[in-house]
Design a protein around this ligand. Sequence first.
Ligand SMILES: [Zn+2]
Length: 180
Amino acid sequence: MLVDKEFGEIIVRRNAWSRNVKFTVSTSGRLSMSVPKHTPDFLVKRYLNSNREAIRNKLPLNDPATQRTRDYQKKVLMKKAKEYLPYRLEYYAKLYGYKYEKCRLTHANTRWGSCSSNKTISLNIGLMKLPEPLRDYVILHELAHLNHMDHSKAFWEEVGRHDKNYKIHNKKIKLFNPGV
Ligand SMILES: [Zn+2]
């Protein structure tokens, strides 16, 4: 199995008889990939990366019923996010003395949060699906970017001052998909 940032868990099947790579989507929406038997992992990842667009078109996202469910889920998450994330951000900013300009809520598929040079912090509404420690980790990570616009040693030291389990959180969060 492979965990991908965009598509989540992917089942990889290595078949003796398959000559090329095939992507299928199960009814649960999970992606599975069948590849020739001795395909190494790095090649599997490379195939995946070069077929992203085709996979996106295949995903049940195109099905109107699924799309409606997603739209509804997005609405519910947005509502929850509005009532929570800006306040949580403000809470930690006050607690640790950070100054940011604006909090923006997003629903990008690829990232949990970002911090721009004009000190706008964007938080993904998908954060509402995460356990609280991971959600807080993202907030503290973005706040630390106000002082360090990179992922330097100094940046991670600052994250570590406010979240002593940041290394575990940074690893765990990769198991989740920010897409709604
Ligand atoms: Zn970062």
